[in-house]
Structure formats: C-alpha cells, structure tokens
Design a protein around this ligand. Structure first.
Ligand SMILES: O=C(O)CCC(=O)C(=O)O
Ligand SMILES: [Fe+2]
Length: 249
C-alpha cells in the first residue's frame, strides 16, 4: 500500500514505550498525526476503491464528517458478521489499566474484529488508512457497538487519561490514542447522535457516514469530550476505529 508506506516512512519513530529513568516509562512521541488530505477543499476524497464525500470540517477540535464512506451492503455485512460475537461493553479501568471492566457509562453490546480478521474488515481498514493518512498497523482492532433503545455512551475522552496509573499499561500497546473514526452502520429512528458537549455539536448517525476526530495533545484536550446520546427509538450500530501514535500490538 503506497500511502501506508509513505505515512509509515514519514513517521519513522514508533510510539513504543521504553523504560525511563527512575523506573518510569518514557513514551517516544511521533511528530505526525492522522489527518485527511483536504487541501483545496475538495468535495470528494479518492480512497482507492471509493470516493468519499466531505460533509463538514471543523478546525479546533479537529472534526471531519465524511459521507459515502461505507456502502449500505458493507454496513449490513459488518452488522451480520458482528451479531453472534456481541457481549456487554466494557471500559478500561483507569487505576489498573485493565480493560474488560463493566460500567454503566456504556450501555451497549460490543465485539472486536482483529485487524485484518476478514476481507471486509481489511478493506475498511485500508480505506481508513488512506483517508486519514495513517498506517493500518497503527489502528486498534475494530470495535462494533450495538445500542438498543435507551442505550448510550456517556461523555468521555477516547485517549487514555495521561495522569492515571493504569495508563502506563495500555500505552505499551502502541502509545496514546490520537484519533477516532466512528462509522455509522444503520440509522436509529430517533436519538443516538454523537455529541461533543463542550462545543455544542451533535452529529446525526446516518448510515455509511464516518466521523473523524483527532486529539494530538491528550494533556491539553478538553474539546473532544464526546458521547453517544441515548437511542430514543430504534437501535444503533456503530463501528469504531481508534488510532494510536505507534504500531498497535
Ligand atoms: O456511540 C457513539 O456515537 C460514540 C461512540 C464512542 O464514543 C466510541 O466508540 O468511542
Ligand atoms: Fe468515544
């Protein structure tokens, strides 16, 4: 993949965690961050197998909404492939860094596809890599979420809280998260938008659209606080791809 090699070569330092002085851990921080190529304010971005539409861009925080990112068939196929693997969603414990912790901050069912697990997952991962110029290897496994009526994901940040003791552990698998790509796989009849309460923005969950937002400086960022608003009617299916500073292992 040309673009991935380019991005990988441009960023020759991976976000690996090394033992630092005093037994602490120092993170090698990559200078670059994921960003779509939107110079010239194009209406569409060619991602190789598809033309993705640019629906909205925001500078700070960096948010870009894309249309036609997934076809209806791809959305349906992802949902069907995920259905049998769904389990109650968990969060990362900020004290210990353990994932798999149940919490009512997230009332949804979810599952993960390993990177490249199916041809479809691999195709979508490649598309994301081209769209936001970030190598596939720096993406986490793909999460599929299913919210029933009333289901929600309360306001949170996607990056790991810099000061929390548990963060050191999760950083060992590719460094800090630097961006998120949320893909809407269906349309709830009501509710279920993705809101950014600090900036008063809500994104309507429309099938096939993809919401990109980045947070290159987790220490300062407050504006990417976001939530999956309660589904008021119907159900909601979402695929999430979190991107790391370095190679996710
Ligand atoms: O359901 C949503 O719209 C938000 C999901 C989310 O924040 C996440 O998966 O990190
Ligand atoms: Fe999130």
């Amino acid at each position: 993949m040309e673009i991935m090699n380019e991005a990988g070569a441009a960023a020759d330092v991976d976000g690996d965690v090394r033992g630092g002085e005093g037994g602490g851990l120092a993170l090698t921080v990559d200078a670059g961050f994921p960003e779509p190529a939107l110079d010239g304010a194009p209406q569409r971005v060619d991602v190789g197998d598809r033309e993705v539409r640019v629906l909205l861009t925001m500078r700070n925080p960096r948010i870009v909404l894309f249309g036609d990112f997934l076809s209806a068939e791809e959305c349906d196929a992802l949902i069907e492939a995920a259905r049998s693997g769904l389990r109650p969603s968990t969060v990362v414990d900020q004290e210990t860094g353990n994932d798999g912790v149940l919490d009512d901050v997230r009332t949804s069912n979810g599952m993960f596809f390993r990177r490249g697990e199916t041809e479809l997952v691999a195709r979508i991962e490649t598309r994301i890599a081209r769209l936001v110029n970030w190598p596939v290897e720096r993406g986490e496994d793909m999460q599929i979420l299913h919210y029933r009526e009333g289901g929600q994901y309360r306001p949170h940040f996607d990056f790991f809280p810099p000061a929390s003791p548990g963060t050191q552990l999760v950083l060992q698998r590719g460094g800090q998260r630097v961006a998120s790509v949320l893909m809407y796989l269906n349309e709830p009849r009501g509710g279920g938008g993705t809101s950014f309460p600090e900036i008063g923005v809500t994104v309507s969950p429309q099938r096939g659209n993809a919401l990109f937002f980045s947070y290159p400086d987790a220490h300062r960022d407050v504006n990417t606080l976001h939530a999956g608003q309660p589904v008021m009617s119907g159900e909601k299916w979402l695929a999430t791809k979190w991107l790391r500073q370095g190679v996710f292992t």
